[in-house]
Design a protein around this ligand. Structure first.
Ligand code: COA
Length: 276
């Protein structure tokens, strides 16, 4: 089956890795209402697409995403409350509800500018790798608004409060290396190595049992705002549910290879999966 095509985004494939590329390079991939509708549709489709085993979110041209489109998302919908509400709902839906709960691993491949509202999808991705010279910034304070939508929540969820306050209140831009230091992203590399580094991580994820990866990422995200008692209860139920859902019964296979066959060391990596 051929892939869907869109006006504001592109879909590209590399093995089991699907690249969702924001494709308004002439506007630095700023998020217009049309872009939100396109990504919302594409992610809904890709969630159930069997060919998509890892999702990479990136941008065409020199920007990853310059945030919300100040003209099309803010100014032009200011006199059209129905359109504002519709695009605001789509904007929140694809980023905080679909992407942050995507059942397959997601990687933000930050090739350039990442401003304001773009932090929401940056934090929604499970992993983030940037070019050393990518520029990040909470520019809102520079032009008179607060980091809205849920950007302020994303900042305090992902960063230590000192860093969240500093970068939100000063609006000071920072590069990929600094983004690693403050825990916003996993790694930064020279731009010409960005795709290889991203594919290296994607390949590592592809070698793991997808059901266990899915349950693990759900568990990590879910326990974050629970207390220890709630987390213990939830994780017990989650493990039971994984055991029922996992056709490979990974814990039994791995345990047997370690304890009975003595052919494998769990501490050193995943076992060779049946059929892989
Ligand atoms: N909303 C709407 N349009 C945007 C945009 C945004 N967030 N970011 C860039 N654009 C548009 C520019 O208006 C310009 O359009 P034009 O060619 O019709 O004039 C085009 O994209 C190129 O932008 P330009 O500023 O000329 O590119 P640059 O490479 O010199 O600078 C940025 C890139 C990202 C540093 C700069 O565009 C910028 O500061 N954008 C705003 C970022 C921001 O504050 N985002 C937060 C929104 S929540």
């Amino acid at each position: 089956m051929t892939d869907k095509t869109y006006e504001n985004i592109k879909i590209e494939r590399d093995g089991g890795v699907t690249f969702l590329i924001l494709n308004r390079p002439e506007k630095r991939n700023a998020m217009s209402p049309g872009l939100h509708y396109d990504v919302e549709d594409a992610l809904t489709w890709l969630e159930d697409d069997p060919e998509t085993k890892v999702l990479v979110l990136t941008g065409a041209g020199e920007a990853w995403c310059a945030g919300q489109d100040l003209k099309l998302y803010f100014r032009e919908t200011s006199k059209n409350p129905a359109e504002r509400k519709k695009s605001n709902t789509a904007s929140h839906h694809w980023r905080h509800e679909i992407l942050s709960r995507f059942s397959k691993p997601t990687i933000a491949m930050v090739n350039g500018y990442c401003f304001g509202g773009a932090f929401t999808q940056l934090c929604a991705c499970d992993f983030a790798i940037a070019a050393d010279d990518a520029i990040f910034g909470l520019s809102e304070v520079n032009w008179g608004i607060i980091p809205g939508g849920i950007v302020s929540w994303n900042l305090t969820d992902m960063l230590l409060p000192r860093h969240a306050l500093y970068y939100a209140v000063t609006g000071e831009p920072f590069d990929g290396k600094r983004a690693v230091e403050i825990g916003l992203i996993n790694a930064s590399v020279p731009k010409d190595q960005l795709r290889d580094k991203t594919m290296e991580l994607a390949q590592k994820l592809l070698n793991l049992n997808p059901g266990v990866v899915k349950f693990t990422k759900q568990a990590i995200r879910s326990v974050r705002h629970m207390n220890a008692e709630e987390a213990r209860d939830y994780l017990g139920a989650k493990q039971d549910s994984l055991h029922r859902a996992d056709k490979e019964i990974a814990d039994k296979v791995g345990m047997s290879k370690f304890l009975d066959e003595k052919s494998y060391r769990p501490g050193l990596g995943p076992y060779q999966r049946p059929g892989s």
